[in-house]
Design a protein around this ligand. Structure first.
Ligand SMILES: Nc1ncnc2c1ncn2[C@@H]1O[C@H](COP(=O)(O)OP(=O)(O)OP(=O)(O)O)[C@@H](O)[C@H]1O
Ligand SMILES: Nc1nc2c(c(=O)[nH]1)N[C@H]1C(S)=C(S)[C@@H](COP(=O)(O)O)O[C@H]1N2
Length: 207
């Protein structure tokens, strides 16, 4: 019996090389950016993404104050110059006068993705009754997805991983990135089980 050829049906079931991804992480806080307290947003984002994704990640971290123009400038720079596939922000989504992250994110948007904000508020209600105070949005700019998360460092894992009663929003991120032409993101199921329609799935990686 002959060995299966590299281009035969067995090869078609092998996972391809894992694709690198570039992710912008932006912590937006007047006090953390001026050194009043230590920033916990960037480490929380980096830790969660490193645990969740199998892809090699290049992080583009930014720590900035709650200034609308500076936030919009940072988001444009991360997408247009640094070529990030995904940008996650934390902070500045609430109702206080200095909270302008959603406005700055909409300033740079080509199109809005309202489902992310809706689902995050649903998830967060399982953790805090004040979940409805977050005005967080998600948008597309070019071939990148930008998502706002609340500023409490614990809200990062809560909204990305979800609750037993409400799926975390990151489950929908890999397929969204597929649809906008980005790299094929592969997750560790124990942290985040990404969902794709069957026709969009590649063979699963072992181990
Ligand atoms: N980057 C951060 N690092 C550590 N803790 C944070 C960070 N951002 C927010 N927090 C914590 O979460 C709380 C609520 O966050 P929120 O974004 O509403 O802050 P804020 O009151 O607007 O002030 P600031 O912009 O100066 O962080 C803060 O009071 C702080 O305890
Ligand atoms: N999952 C989760 N969502 C949350 C919270 C939280 O602790 N966990 N805090 C809420 C609170 S108290 C506020 S004021 C809003 C906005 O927070 P931000 O201004 O820090 O972005 O997010 C809300 N959403």
């Amino acid at each position: 019996m002959s060995e299966p050829s590299a281009s035969g049906p067995a090869a078609a079931l092998q996972p391809g090389p894992i694709e690198p991804v570039r992710i912008g992480i932006v912590s937006i806080s007047d006090r953390a950016s001026s050194g009043v307290y230590e920033d916990k947003g960037l480490p929380a984002l980096q830790d969660w993404l490193t645990a969740a994704l199998l892809n090699p990640i290049t992080f583009e971290p930014r720590l900035i104050p709650d200034e609308r123009a500076q936030i919009a400038h940072t988001l444009r720079e991360l997408v247009d110059d640094a070529r990030c596939d995904l940008v996650l922000t934390t902070g500045g989504t609430g109702p206080s006068p200095r909270d302008v992250t959603p406005e700055a994110t909409l300033d740079v948007a080509d199109r809005e993705m309202p489902g992310f904000g809706e689902q995050m508020r649903q998830i967060s209600l399982h953790f805090v009754p004040t979940a409805i105070l977050s005005r967080q949005v998600a948008v597309l700019r070019g071939r990148a997805l930008i998502i706002n998360l609340p500023g409490q460092p614990k809200a990062i894992a809560e909204t990305l991983s979800g609750h037993e009663a409400a799926s975390g929003i990151f489950a929908a991120v890999p397929y969204c990135i597929d649809l906008i032409g980005g790299p094929y993101l592969e997750t560790r199921d124990e942290v985040c089980a990404a969902f794709r329609p069957k026709t969009a799935r590649r063979p699963a990686r072992q181990g």
